[in-house]
Design a protein around this ligand. Sequence first.
Ligand SMILES: *Cc1c(COP(=O)(O)O)cnc(C)c1O
Length: 231
Amino acid sequence: MSEIAENLSEIYKNIEAAAKKSGRSADDIMLLGVTKTVDCERIQQLVDLGVKELGENRVQELMSKIDVIKGDVNWHLIGSLQTNKVKYIIGKVKLIHSVDSLKLASEISKRSLASGLVTDILLELNVAEEESKHGFKAEELSDTIEKLKEFKGIGVKGLMTVAPYVENPENNRPVFKKMRELFIDIKAKNCDNIDMTYLSMGMTNDYVVAIEEGADIVRIGTGIFGKRNYA
Ligand SMILES: *Cc1c(COP(=O)(O)O)cnc(C)c1O
């Protein structure tokens, strides 16, 4: 078995166990393979092993891979997105996880409508209120949702967070719990064009805890491909 296949089978086992703990099955959890800095050959190995949901955090890198990777793949943008890059990805990505401002939401909506499309997005939250992180604060969420109703070119499909880096993933459990509470609160409001389907949280270090607390998309890079080499 290749290293990627071995890593993947370990991850699937963990996903299944964590899903069970939260009263769900592995089928309820979407594994997003995070392919940033990974070359196309290794990405293709992952796709050929059956992982069809792929996440990139830079537009340029995403665009350079999108036509190279073969198979029935859905691309997700998970990293911070500048408004001037939005035009490149409309119609190419299944879900934008990292919408962190009304300005960005408005641009995505405008560009989507111009192409006759509705683009699905998640709202990125910074519930731990880390200086270095993007995202809305929890207390901004209600107002934000209210304003998003005007943007007909986006479909809000849920919430996303990048939890703090912690040695012990248990330390992020309160962050994931808080996300889940916000998700349920918004869902209960039954707003137009807001459809709380996905809770995207959990990375290599903490996806097990995230799933136990209700994540239904986990974004895993290092756990699949090994450590990244940053230039
Ligand atoms: C890189 C990245 C991930 C994956 O991180 P790993 O720790 O390698 O699993 C997940 N989400 C976002 C937004 C990322 O940028």
